[in-house]
Ligand binder design. Structure first.
Ligand code: TYM
Length: 332
């Protein structure tokens, strides 16, 4: 059976980008057609300045949201990365497989390191090695597919290189995985700055729709989205990123096609209004279910406990094999 792995890192509240780019497909497609694991990858949240209490809170919230979105612990494995030692264990072996040059070429590293330096902060070494830990997340489960948004494509490419290199040097241990992306909304852009990705954190949050925003906040954010001075509605990602982003969001909500939708609208006002309502309706059940689940944290705890146990049992034998293959003496 196809094995799928993906994850979300608790560095901020989950966004519409996370949902449309990744989580919705995990729920609607992946958990039913494959043996799938979805992780709250909390170790990755420590690669930038962080507040321990906030990471804990966001990890629990992310787990609750994934369940609220429809991940079903009977059909897939949901767990917290740090509960399974194998990720960190394997990461070290992959650090011994990767070169520093290839790590320094990672776009996300370059961008985040530049931002940290500009803010006068030091850059944690783990920010550089982050994609190696991500490769370990994926390879520890012999994953075939990794459903992610566009921004993770380079990291999955690196994972493939590391898997192939390790196999070539030390014998076949790892499956070489491939990334899968949604057809639309693989990169949802910030509503205030449609040339950058809608990320989890931004100073004001005005261009980011969070999954737990209430309906009026969503309406306000979408109605204030930056467009351009054009008179007609046209789908042109490069030339007209603001309207194109709205068209993608709306078509993702309605399962349509952004080019076809562009022809339906004569003004940005109408496009924004319909987009706002579509997002409100898309997220309404999720918010309601989140409130129910948040009232019963012991249920979420139990899901995560059982998930970690399952994940551990899957990863352990493979990581043991990798330790042996690379030349480490097995425990007697
Ligand atoms: P993270 O937490 O930034 O995002 C989680 C998922 O959401 C997707 N995504 C988006 N998709 C479309 N538009 C956006 N604006 C948008 N923002 C985020 C991401 O592509 C991702 O699929 N490094 C990963 C977490 C990770 C991981 C892994 C993923 C760690 N180990 C192993 C897959 C497999 C990350 O930072 O995702």
């Amino acid at each position: 059976m196809t094995r799928i792995f993906s994850g979300v890192k608790p560095t901020g509240h989950l966004t519409l980008g996370n949902y449309l780019g990744a989580v919705r497909r995990w729920v609607e497609v992946d958990q039913d057609r494959a043996d799938a694991l979805f992780s709250i990858v909390d170790l990755h949240a420590l690669t930038v300045e962080h507040d321990p209490a906030r990471v804990r809170r966001l990890s629990r919230q992310a787990a609750t949201l994934l369940l609220a979105a429809g991940l079903d612990p009977e059909r897939c494995t949901v767990f917290v990365q740090s509960h399974v030692d194998e990720h960190a264990r394997l990461s070290y072996l992959l650090e011994c497989t990767a070169s520093d040059g290839e790590m320094r070429r990672m776009i996300q590293y370059k961008e985040k390191a530049a931002r940290a330096r500009a803010a006068g902060e030091s850059v944690r070494l783990s920010l550089l090695t982050y994609p190696v830990l991500m490769a370990a997340d994926i390879l520890a489960y012999r994953s075939d597919e990794v459903p992610v948004g566009d921004d993770q494509a380079q990291h999955v490419e690196l994972t493939r290189d590391l898997a192939a290199r390790f196999n070539q040097r030390y014998g076949h241990v790892f499956t070489v995985p491939r990334a899968t992306h949604p057809e639309v909304a693989a990169r949802v852009m910030d509503l205030q700055d449609p040339t950058s990705k809608m990320g989890k954190s931004h100073e004001t949050g005005a261009g980011i729709v969070y999954l737990l925003d209430d309906a009026d906040v969503i309406r306000r954010k979408v109605m204030r989205a930056v467009t351009d001075s054009g008179q007609d509605v046209e789908y042109d990602r490069e030339g007209r990123p603001g309207p194109a982003n709205l068209l993608e969001i709306l078509s993702a909500c309605e399962r349509g096609n952004p080019e076809a939708l562009a022809g339906v609208y004569e003004s940005y006002g109408a496009l924004k209004k319909d987009t706002a309502e579509a997002v409100v309706e898309l997220l309404r059940p999720l918010r309601e279910r989140h409130a129910e689940l948040a009232a019963d944290p012991s249920y979420v705890d139990e899901v995560l406990r059982a998930g970690a146990e399952r994940a551990r049992a899957m990863a352990r034998p493979l990581v043991d094999r990798a330790y042996e293959a690379i030349g480490l003496l097995p425990v007697g």
